[in-house]
Design a protein around this ligand. Structure first.
Ligand SMILES: Cc1cc2nc3c(=O)[nH]c(=O)nc-3n(C[C@H](O)[C@H](O)[C@H](O)COP(=O)(O)OP(=O)(O)OC[C@H]3O[C@@H](n4cnc5c(N)ncnc54)[C@H](O)[C@@H]3O)c2cc1C
Length: 374
């Protein structure tokens, strides 16, 4: 994923990263304390009708702050930037990695943390598919100082349904690029989930220079007419104050939403971490969690098992179980947020809460707290 933009992760995940000294205690973040479910109505056109507000505790921050702090902890001599891995071969007791510069390296264990289009995944599981979910995320960041109504979203993380049609938008404040959490200096991060049928992808994913993009169109590269159309439809679909956040944002960008499932996290001294393994829907807010939980689990398994192959097999089993729960949670959220949303305009608090509790049940009592201990 790119390093721009805001993201959220359950507060316990952030706290365990700080406890493990992977982030500084003063790591700049804000906490979203509730999720109001909102829709624009005739009576409440500006901020929208809010039938119910769900309590939650999500740490929100800037991607680049997370990346910079993690990178700072990796010694320069151990970090080889700008050189991709293009292949890997299993040896009797390790792996030979072939690099883009024509050289190769032999290692005891290759940990592929190479994202959702992972080379490691394709080496281990050539048949694993990347499944397009039928919708995309269109997103952007607007300086708080430029918001027409600085009263939204405050410390909340609203889920905004569209007036007509499927999908929804989330918006929340994050610290600015320099880590400032001062009111007036923060940024509002918004992300609109919009259905996009597979047969329209080819046309939609062409950027302003005419190039067909794969997976993402980066900030500033969307075709201007496409961006203008989306702004117009969001202005009609959202409460006015939120519509203005979208229409006032420049340099918006697109990410297609995919999932993937792997049957194992490792084999033959190659293993997968983060999005290189299974990929769940972004509603689950699980990207940071997975990276942290996969890695902490691997260290723990290596401490507990004298034999590396035993450690990898025990660790892999645990990671598959967690990933499968995340995928099941993602499917529930996807149905609730994209395909079968409630008609919020005609729902009261009790009906909205009842719908949510029925729609998203957290498979097998899955929580982020259990798995995130470092
Ligand atoms: C729209 C969207 C919104 C999201 N929102 C959230 C959120 O709010 N909270 C959250 O926790 N998660 C979120 N996620 C998920 C999160 O972004 C990912 O789970 C996370 O970035 C995965 O981290 P990673 O390190 O595994 O992979 P990546 O961040 O993709 O990093 C992979 C790295 O590997 C490098 N690489 C790739 N191939 C090679 C190669 N062959 N050789 C060398 N290097 C290579 C890449 O350049 C990249 O630097 C979201 C995802 C999407 C798509």
């Amino acid at each position: 994923m790119g390093r721009g933009g805001g993201i959220g992760t359950p507060l316990p995940v952030l706290e365990s990263l700080i406890a493990a000294d992977l982030l500084d205690p003063g790591f700049p973040h804000l906490v979203s304390t509730s999720m109001p479910f909102i829709i624009r109505t005739e009576d409440e056109p500006e901020r929208g009708h809010v039938p119910w507000e769900m309590p939650l505790s999500i740490a929100v921050f800037h991607w680049s702050a997370l990346w910079n702090e993690l990178r700072r902890r990796v010694p320069d001599e151990s970090y080889r930037g700008g050189c991709g891995v293009k292949g890997g071969t299993t040896l009797d007791d390790g792996v030979r990695l072939e690099l883009d510069d024509g050289t190769s390296e032999e290692v005891d264990l290759a940990i592929f943390a190479d994202g959702y289009r992972s080379l490691g995944r394709s080496l281990l599981f050539p048949d694993a598919t990347l499944d397009y979910r039928g919708y995309m995320l269109w997103r952007g960041l607007l300086p708080e100082a430029r918001m027409r109504d600085p009263g939204v979203p405050g410390s909340t993380m609203p889920r905004l349904s569209y007036r007509d049609g499927r999908g929804n938008m989330v918006a929340y404040l994050v610290p600015d690029e320099n880590g400032s959490t001062e009111p007036g200096r923060r940024l509002v991060n918004w992300a609109a989930y919009i259905p996009l049928p597979p047969d329209e992808l080819d046309g939609f994913m062409v950027d302003r220079s005419g190039t067909r993009r794969t997976g993402t169109i980066p900030p500033g590269e969307m075709r201007p007419e496409r961006e203008a159309d989306l702004k117009e439809s969001m202005a009609a679909a959202l409460p006015e104050d939120y519509g203005a956040i979208v229409t006032d944002t420049t340099q918006t960008y697109v990410q297609l939403i995919y999932t993937s499932r792997v049957p194992s996290y490792g084999r033959d001294r190659m293993c997968l971490v983060g999005d290189a393994g299974s990929v769940a829907q972004p509603f689950t807010g699980s990207g940071v969690f997975k990276g942290q939980a996969n890695t902490a689990g691997l260290i723990r398994a290596m401490e507990e098992h004298a034999d590396l192959d035993d450690a990898l097999s025990a660790w892999s089993e645990e990671q598959v179980a967690t990933a499968d729960r995340l995928l099941a949670l993602g499917e529930q959220m996807e149905r609730a947020f994209i395909w079968n949303g409630l008609d919020l305009a005609h729902a009261d608090a009790a009906a909205t809460e009842r719908w949510w509790r029925k729609a998203v049940t957290f498979p097998e009592d899955f929580t982020y707290e259990d798995e995130s201990a470092v």
